[in-house]
Design a protein around this ligand. Structure first.
Ligand SMILES: *Cc1c(COP(=O)(O)O)cnc(C)c1O
Length: 424
């Protein structure tokens, strides 16, 4: 059983005196230690850089913790770039790994000095026409086929919309270099949420062999091998957390055997981890507001898929615990559900839990990445607040809960909605 971020009932009582449920609660200590360990594991690479995938948790109070740990940011949209800009990220501390990129976003990224990662061959002309090519460019590779480790299929690049083919990488490299680009980087994201420790080394070997072939063909400088995201976390209690030191060691071995012999410069190994960095450091704290007994037993929460969409969207497993009943036997079986008028709004189905009562807290674990950020406003449901539990034991609201005013803010119906404050 993994050690999970599990605050006591007493602490939750203190927090909910000020901030009522539901809310996502993040552990500053956990985020810090994950970032510090990652950087330590990759310290063999002089220019190593983690670019936190902003989409996983685009909250300044979280990203600032990572910034202090020397992480950069990986952005893919206008608003993510604005966030990076306002938080003071510049130049090589920003990756712009977008796809189907609307006009204007490359200009903004270039103005910030971000490392631009092109998802497609046609983007070279598009970028050049929009704002001219920068001195260094990263190209996103898609090898096609299946990504296999032994007999196990880890990912399906052939079905992924991202990246370019090997031929396009070569043609693209030639095009970039002939138009004044000085240095090239390579990027690939071939498997998602993978706790198998051989994924990163496998991805590294694929990219480094490609880099070596580019160096041989063009004599160009490769400045970055970007392994992107994809390192998984143990959502299920029976799963083991991957060991970042063993992962890094596997990458180092590939570097030493494939890249070191053909490069003079220190190539930057980059990552764009989202889930691995903050996933286990966040929980959704909710309360049981109803119990329902029909053909099954239901626990109705004050939260719903608006705050955490992964179970509804992918049938994803999130571990659930009941504070104050940590040691109680799992005698009952419940569907733990939210309030959306959608039958997939279930945080858990047939989950063994201790006997639960209305008013009990429910902790849904591992919501620190792709949790609040993936939420939505279906059914007019409002997304919950985010609270940071600091290292010194104090806590701070880092994003307030949405209000009806937020929900109606995009409508120009002042006459109808100007009084909503008085309704709530
Ligand atoms: C989503 C994404 C990531 C982060 O993925 P995780 O699964 O959170 O590690 C990194 N890079 C790119 C380009 C992405 O789209």
């Amino acid at each position: 059983m993994n050690c999970r971020f599990t605050p006591s009932k007493e602490l939750l009582d203190r927090i909910t005196k000020i901030y009522p449920t539901p809310f996502h609660l993040y552990s500053e200590a956990e985020i810090k230690s994950r970032a510090a360990n990652l950087n330590k594991a990759f310290s063999w690479n002089k220019n190593y850089k983690e670019y936190y995938a902003v989409k996983a948790c685009p909250t300044p109070g979280i990203i600032e913790i990572l910034k202090d740990q020397n992480c950069g940011v990986d952005c893919a949209s206008l608003c993510e770039l604005i966030l990076a800009d306002r938080l003071g990220f510049r130049g090589d501390d920003i990756m712009f790994s977008s796809n189907e990129t609307p006009g204007g976003e490359y200009s903004y990224a270039k103005k910030l000095g971000a490392v631009i990662n092109l998802d497609d061959f046609s983007m070279i002309d598009f970028l050049e026409q929009e704002c001219g090519l920068p001195d260094k460019i990263c190209l996103r590779y898609n090898p096609g086929g299946e990504l296999k480790l032994g007999n196990f299929v880890m990912g399906n690049p052939q079905d992924a919309k991202f990246g370019m083919t090997r031929d396009q990488i070569f043609e693209g490299a030639e095009k970039c270099l002939s138009r004044g680009v000085k240095k090239l980087g390579l990027h690939a994201f071939l498997a998602s949420n993978t706790i198998d420790e051989s994924y990163y080394p496998t991805n590294a070997a694929i990219l480094m062999r490609l880099a070596a072939d580019l160096i041989k063909t063009f004599g160009c400088e490769i400045f970055m091998i970007n392994l992107s995201g994809g390192i998984g976390i143990p959502y299920r209690p029976e799963q083991e957390a991957p060991d970042i030191y063993r992962i890094s060691d596997g990458v180092r071995r590939e570097y030493e055997s494939i890249l070191a012999p053909v490069t003079k410069n220190d190539v930057c190994i980059a990552s764009e981890l989202g889930r691995y960095m903050t996933g286990p450091a966040g929980i959704l704290v909710s309360k049981i507001i109803h119990k329902k007994h029909t053909h099954k037993e239901y626990l109705g929460l004050d939260s719903c898929a608006a705050d955490l969409m992964r179970p509804a969207m992918y049938g994803a497993y999130h571990h659930i615990t009941i504070p104050g009943k940590e040691n109680a036997p799992l005698t009952d079986k419940y569907d733990v559900v939210g309030s959306l008028c959608e039958n997939n709004d279930k945080f858990a189905v047939d989950r063994p839990l201790p006997k639960c009562e209305i008013g009990d807290y429910v902790i849904i674990h591992d919501t620190g990445a792709h949790g609040r950020s993936m939420g939505y406003n279906y059914n007019g449901r409002l997304r919950c607040a985010e609270v940071l539990l600091k290292e010194d034991g104090t806590f701070e609201l880092i994003r307030r809960a949405e209000t009806p005013e937020d929900y109606f803010a995009t409508l120009d119906m002042t006459g109808y909605f100007s009084d909503i404050k008085n309704l709530t």
